[in-house]
Design a protein around this ligand. Sequence first.
Ligand code: TXA
Ligand code: MG
Length: 347
Amino acid sequence: MILDGFSATAIASAAQVIRAGGLLGLPTETVYGLAADAENDAAVAQIFIAKGRPANHPLIVHVVDAGSVAHFAASVPDFAKALIDAFWPGPLTLILPRRDGVAGAAAGGQNSIGLRCPSHPVAQALLQACLQAPLSSTLSPQKVWGIAAPSANQFGRVSPTTARHVQGEFGADLLILDGGPCAVGIESTIIDCTRGVPVLLRPGAVSREQVQVACGLKVLLKDELVSLDAPAPRASGTLESHYAPNAKVRLMDAPALQTALNLLSHEIDGASTGPTIAVYSRACLSTYSSQVLLKRMPADATTAAQQLFAVLRELDAQGVDLIWIETPPDTPEWDGVRDRLQRASAA
Ligand code: TXA
Ligand code: MG
C-alpha cells in the first residue's frame, strides 16, 4: 500500500508500524530504504530476509540529527564531527565505533555502526515521530532512536528511486511512504571513520574532494587500506558486482559504441519484435537497426545520477537483453555514477 508521505496521518501510521516491529518503504533524498526500528533485532532480521541479504552485511542506521549519534556510537573522532557539521542532514554515511550492546543485528555483528541523517522531509518526519513517546500504551514505551534502512531492493539489484519501484520489489502488502522521485538518485557517500583517517568506502553525491575540504584530511580509498594493515569492512554496496539490472550491462566509450552499432545487421534477432539492445550514451549516436533503442544520458553528473537507476529499470522493463552504456568521464563529479555502472556491468 502506497501512502502520501507528506500527510501527517500517514506518518503517524508509519511510526506505529515501526514501533510494532514492522517494515516499511521510506523515501530518502538518495534512494528509497526498507525501514525498521534499528534496535529491534527481530524487525531487523525481517529486513535481511525480505532483501535476501546475508545477515552479516551491516545496514545503515538513520538518525534525526547529530544529537542521536551518541546513542549508537562509542566515540566520534574530530574529523567525523567536522563532516557531520558540513554535510548533515544529507547524503553522507559515517562508519563509527559502535556502542556496546546497541543495534548489534543492524550492524551485522560488526563493532562499528553506519550512521546517516537524511534530509528528505518525509524521512525526517518519520524519525521525529518515532523519537517521540508513543501514544498507545500497548506499544513499546521505548523511544526509537534510529531507523535501519538498506536500499529497498532485492540483494544485488538496482536501488529504487520511486515508491512504485519499491512496490515492484516487495509487493502490494508493504506499506510505502511516497516522497516523490529521489533528488540524488544514487546511494550516500560512505566514509569509514574508525581507522584514524577518513576512508572512502562508497562514492556518492558528496565527493571525496568535498570531504577532504570539510575535514582538512586526505581521504584514503579502500585500495589504500593495505597500508593500514586492517581488513576492509564488509559492505555489500561495495561488492564488485551489484546494482545489476536483468539485462547484461556493458560499458564502452562513444567511438567503440558507434563502431559496435555500425557492425550490427539491420535485424539482430528475427524472433524478437521489440528492441533487444539499448544504448545509453551522452554522445549522439546512430543506428540502422529497429531493434536498437537509443537513449541519451544527461550531460551533467548530478542529473545523470538522479535518473540512473530509473533508466536501468525502464530499459529492463522494455525487455532488452543488452544495455550498452557510454563510460562516464574519469572526473570526480562522475565518481558515483561511474562506480555504480562499473558494478552493474560486473554482474
Ligand atoms: O543512501 C543510502 O545510503 C541508502 C538510503 C536508504 O539511506 N541506503 C543504503 O543502504 O544504500 P545499503 O544497505 O543498501 O548500503 C549500505 C552500505 C552497505 O554497503 C553496507 O555494507 C555499508 O553501508 N555499511 C553499513 N554499516 C556498515 C559498517 N558498520 N561498516 C561497514 N560498512 C557498513
Ligand atoms: Mg543497497
